[in-house]
Design a protein around this ligand. Structure first.
Ligand code: GLU
Length: 551
């Protein structure tokens, strides 16, 4: 074990003692059973929908128990760091209403009482605790080079032993003090390793709040806790930062991805060595994707829908996405209406340990169902909010035609049993409703257009001319439609399929084909909401103008 003077010489003389940190960050005053949770993303510039899921769960568990939810930016891996990552987080948290109570983006001037909330700014804190472990012989400097470490692991593989830095495979664990001191004085680069008491093959049990009792192999590795001295600033590894931060920031429940489950034995050893009370864990299963007959983790590299940007760009209503994610967390929520589901606290004992499947078809259905229940003004606000970021032309058009937009949105939605559900996300608005707006509609001018299904172009032109000349907008639906029937009859169309099929050569087509011409001229498409309702919203003049465009 290194003597205290040697250990202390490795750190700034004015580095605070660990007690000073303990005093500066006292236990939180929260009620019994209140969870203090956090979300600890790394600033890689990519916000994963799984991160939103984790943040949502963390925040919900804190708020429903009267606790606190904070954000800690885990930026100790500076090679992976991307500039502007905060902007991405802000965007995602705002969209999903997930701003933290404390930490960056909480809106507090100093972030909050347990800061700094960025690990890169907590360097001194980690050093105090590393020094403490070194003084107590619970950690030691390791000078092994990359090559030496590779040799160790090669040798272990040959002998079919577990790989890692432990026991007789840990050359610096019990190295001669004189040699260590000499290397330190020579300024040789080193990392600091934790002296694990774990033995190969030993088992350990712990409780996870989502999984109950978990048994796992204990940690026997002398894990690195402080990265190399060759680069400044000296930063901790994830393991060490997690333990120190979640202790000093007084987290009571660590909600994180289950890729960390296998690290719990290491973390438990660190909590014990540092004399910290144990934190509770809830390891979330990852969001999954169905691929053929198997399931795999939703992948940042392979799946567009892994990225929060995907949802924002498409404009899925974020409360409906949250509703869906809550259903994945605490299924089955299917029958619970959205507002109620969003207000119902998530329950730890209702999580499944298998990863929930993200089904985009289901999500789109949920979003379409949700949009169908919204008043037109809310739909318009949703579309407009989305368009402000992604479609500035659409914003102008909506602002110019607000009344038209509201009327268009309500076609086949108000006073009907089955309201239209043709909008699952705001970006679909142009396709589904764009034709209502003169600025977005392209007149159909070619009588040979393929949307007329091969009907004689001269006949198309005659139909248009004839209807335009006598078009009447007023009247109820049957009256309105009668003029289409009459039009079809005047131009020799069969009134119904049965008549048509008896002698197809006798007719240019049936009523349906004539109506299709009018529908295409008015809406630009062969399918549309009820044409009578559409024409009422457009007004007779605009309808006639569109019909005339082909003549
Ligand atoms: N920074 C870690 C990650 O992004 C967070 C894990 C945790 O929440 O402790 O995976």
């Amino acid at each position: 074990m290194l003597d205290r003077a040697t250990v202390d010489s490795l750190f700034p003389a004015d580095l605070p003692e660990t007690e000073e940190w303990e005093q500066r960050y006292p236990p939180r005053e929260v009620g019994d059973g209140a969870f203090v949770t956090r979300f600890g993303p790394s600033p890689t510039g990519f916000v994963h929908i799984g991160g939103i899921y984790t943040a949502m769960v963390s925040r919900d568990l804190a708020h429903s128990t009267g606790g606190t939810y904070f954000l800690r930016i885990e930026d100790t891996d500076q090679a992976r760091e991307v500039a502007g990552a905060d902007v991405q987080f802000a965007r995602a948290f705002d969209a999903f209403d997930l701003r933290p109570d404390e930490g960056p983006l909480s809106g507090h001037e100093d972030d909050g009482p347990y800061g700094p909330y960025r690990q890169s700014q907590r360097g001194e804190i980690y050093l105090s605790f590393v020094r403490e472990l070194l003084r107590r012989g619970l950690a030691y400097p390791d000078f092994a080079t990359k090559e030496e470490l590779a040799e160790i692991s090669d040798a272990q593989k040959k002998l079919k032993l577990p790989t890692g830095y432990y026991g007789r495979w840990a050359p610096w664990r019990d190295a001669d003090e004189g040699e260590v001191t000499r290397r330190l004085e020579a300024g040789d680069p080193y990392v600091v390793r934790f002296r694990s008491e774990g033995k190969v093959g030993e088992r350990v049990a712990f409780t996870d709040r989502l999984r109950g009792r978990v048994e796992a192999e204990d940690n026997h590795n002398d894990v690195v806790i402080l990265k190399t001295s060759a680069t400044e600033p000296r930063l901790p590894t994830y393991h060490f930062a997690h333990v120190v931060d979640d202790h000093l920031m007084r987290t009571s429940l660590v909600v994180r991805g289950d890729e960390w489950l296998s690290s719990v034995p290491t973390h438990l050893q660190l909590f014990t060595a540092l004399g910290f009370p144990q934190v509770e864990y809830a390891h979330l299963a990852p969001l999954m994707k169905q691929e053929g007959s198997s399931r795999r983790k939703l992948s940042k590299r392979k799946d567009d829908e892994a990225s929060v940007d995907f949802y924002l760009q498409a404009g899925y209503p974020t409360d409906a996405v949250l509703y869906y994610l809550r259903g994945l967390a605490n299924s089955p929520l299917a029958e619970v209406p959205l507002a109620e589901a969003l207000a119902t606290p998530l329950q730890l004992d209702r999580f499944q340990s298998a990863g929930p499947l993200v089904d985009m078809v289901k999500l789109a259905d949920i979003c379409a169902d949700h949009i169908a229940t919204l008043p037109a003004a809310d739909v318009l606000a949703g579309v407009r909010g989305w368009a402000q970021e992604y479609d500035s032309t659409l914003v102008e058009v909506l602002d110019e035609n607000e009344k038209l937009a509201l009327a268009a949105i309500d076609v086949e939605r108000v006073g009907v049993d089955n309201p239209r559900k043709d909008l699952a996300c705001w970006s679909e608005f142009r396709t589904a409703y764009g034709f209502f707006f003169p600025e977005l509609f392209s007149d159909v001018t070619d009588p040979a257009d393929e949307r007329f299904n091969g009907l004689d172009p001269a006949l198309v032109a005659r139909l248009a001319e004839d209807l335009a000349a006598r078009y009447v907008q007023e009247g109820d639906q049957p009256t309105w439609f009668q003029q289409i029937r009459d039009l079809a009859e005047r131009h020799g169309f069969a009134p119904n399929p049965k008549t048509y099929k008896k002698d197809p050569d006798a007719y240019p087509g049936m009523l349906r084909d004539a109506a299709n011409v009018i529908r295409v001229l008015v809406t630009g498409a062969q399918r549309s909401p009820d044409l009578y309702e559409v024409t009422r919203v457009l007004g007779g003049d605009e309808v006639v103008r569109r019909i005339r465009a082909v003549a």
